[in-house]
Design a protein around this ligand. Structure first.
Ligand SMILES: Nc1ncnc2c1ncn2[C@@H]1O[C@H](COP(=O)(O)OP(=O)(O)OP(=O)(O)O)[C@@H](O)[C@H]1O
Ligand SMILES: [Mg+2]
Length: 493
């Protein structure tokens, strides 16, 4: 919380702002002065000192305009505002006194509730967003005069109300659907498993085989967000300033697909003004990296820690923050630079060295965090024209939701997925039956699977068992899990 203290005293008429203000905050001085005058208030005739406390925290942006203007009104005793102490207030002022929307309002409203304020006053356009916090009076003000007169009990404002259940239910319908995809039943099944257990997934196949198509349809089979999840994600989007005013809550799981030319900072977050990056914007949703080997190696390496921790710490000169980032990684790539390695229909023109270099862009530690590697072969033209429409997203989603519910019952923790199991829970819950054990051991040695694949296969088998409504992990579940480890099989290495 930043407190704005205002004092007027003797001396030449000028306004001094102290307390580590950045450039935008010092510019407030002129905006505040002009806005006050244009709203019919007296301008400043004495020396005025504004202190932004705590002094050791750098203040940035124009959000303190409105509190400063109100502070000046109070200090110069132009208007008695008995209700001032009841509210947390933010807002940027236009020269005519109108309020402009700002970012991060949801976090501020949460803070207001935490410290026991009765309510918040925010720019009108941000009111819907603030009203997502229950048990808080939210007022949206159009301009400085309206806000001041409300605090002086001269006028009434209607508190802003929201029905969060309604917002959650009003998830936008999807234009895409899994039934658009012909054939590819193996890949579709892999997507279902990935979503059911929250597993990271990598799709590998020649150009035009439908990798991007499959990935873009993942949100259509994602389980609905809980209210807490929706609020957490909304909060991040609010801080990033990308919430559209017409849609104050992120009610559907985000699907972020940054381009491979993106900078490392755009991925991890932490520009000078400490904005969240793509990994955090994808919180509780999906991060889709299409053409994975095209990403800079440093960008891919920067992904490792957030995938592991579900949170990212960014430190800049202006301060340090931690943003949550629990997302499902979805990546797509061709098997080689020309794209046709292993394709029966078209010959690959790449040399082994080229292929090696291309694949080595994706390091072992990153691959290690991806549970499913799925081959998406080109499908023959005949199959494309002939095959009947497949299952709809709604049908797949029902099974995903059931499987997630089984995980919730087993782990007794909201949102806990098989993919994110800790070591101890993994040992307790992902043990196959006797024959399953035997089968996995021989498969790993005979098919020359890498050692690190072992745990991954068991986790995926756990999810397959959950889709099968089975508490036991059997040979059948392990057998299917083995099929989704393309990169561990010897033809790939
Ligand atoms: N299984 C399929 N069913 C229906 N249409 C398909 C299928 N696979 C590919 N297509 C068609 O081919 C187009 C290209 O597919 P998509 O963009 O998903 O390929 P890709 O695997 O991502 O290729 P690239 O490696 O070049 O990115 C799609 O827009 C779609 O029209
Ligand atoms: Mg593609």
């Amino acid at each position: 919380m930043v407190e704005v203290e205002t004092n007027t005293g003797q001396g030449v008429p000028q306004v001094v702002i102290v307390g580590l203000p950045d450039k935008a905050v010092t510019e407030s001085r002129d905006r505040v002065k002009t806005a006050l005058e244009n709203c019919g208030f007296r301008h400043i005739r004495t020396r005025t000192t504004i202190n932004l406390a705590p002094a050791n925290l750098r203040k940035e942006g124009p959000v303190y305009d409105l509190p400063m203007a109100l502070g000046i009104l109070a200090a110069t005793e132009q208007l008695a505002m008995p209700r001032l102490a009841e509210f947390l207030i933010v807002g940027e002022l236009a020269l005519n006194g109108a309020l402009r929307p700002t970012r991060g309002v949801l976090s501020m409203a949460m803070l207001a509730r935490e410290i026991g304020r009765a309510g918040v006053i925010v720019p009108k356009q941000n009111a819907a967003e603030a009203s997502l916090v229950q048990g808080l009076e939210v007022y949206g003000a159009g301009n400085l005069r309206e806000c001041a007169e409300f605090l002086a009990n001269k006028i009434k404002l209607m508190p802003h109300r929201h029905d969060t259940d309604l917002l959650l239910a009003a998830q936008a319908g999807h234009e895409l659907d899994f039934s658009d995809i012909k054939g590819q039943s193996h890949a579709k099944r892999a997507m279902e498993i990935a979503m059911a257990g929250g597993h990271n997934v990598l799709l590998i196949g020649p150009p035009g085989s439908g990798k991007s198509m499959l990935s873009r349809r993942l949100p259509t089979i994602a389980p609905p967000m809980t209210l807490d999840e929706a609020l957490e994600t909304t909060r991040i989007h609010s801080v990033a300033g990308i919430l559209p005013p017409s849609q104050p809550m992120v009610a559907a799981r985000p699907f972020r697909s940054p381009h491979h030319t993106m900078s490392d900072i755009a991925l991890t977050g932490g520009t000078a003004d400490l904005r969240p990056g793509e990994v955090s914007l994808a919180h509780h949703g999906m991060l889709f990296l299409d053409e994975l080997p095209e990403f800079k190696r440093s960008t891919l390496e920067a992904l490792r820690q957030p995938i592991e921790d579900g949170a990212i710490h960014v430190a800049r000169a202006t301060g340090a923050v931690a943003f949550p980032c629990r997302f499902m990684l979805v990546a797509a790539m061709n098997p080689c630079p020309c794209g046709y390695y292993g394709d029966p229909g078209k010959e690959c023109r790449c040399s082994p060295v080229q292929i090696q270099r291309y694949r080595s862009k994706i390091s072992g530690p990153l691959l290690d965090r991806i549970d499913l590697h799925v081959e998406v072969p080109a499908i023959p033209y005949t199959e494309m024209t002939r095959s009947a429409p497949g299952e709809t997203s709604a049908a797949i989603r029902d099974r995903v939701v059931q499987a997630r519910y089984r995980q919730y019952q087993r782990y007794r923790k909201q949102g806990q997925t098989n993919a994110a199991l800790g070591a101890r829970a993994f040992r307790a819950h992902c043990q196959p039956d006797e024959s399953g054990h035997e089968f996995l051991r021989s498969a790993v040695t005979e098919m020359r699977f890498s050692a690190r694949a072992y745990d991954r296969i068991l986790k995926v088998a756990r999810t397959i068992a959950d889709l099968d409504a089975s508490e036991q992990i059997t040979t059948r579940h392990i057998g299917e899990a083995l099929q989704h480890r393309a990169l561990d099989r010897s033809i790939w290495t």
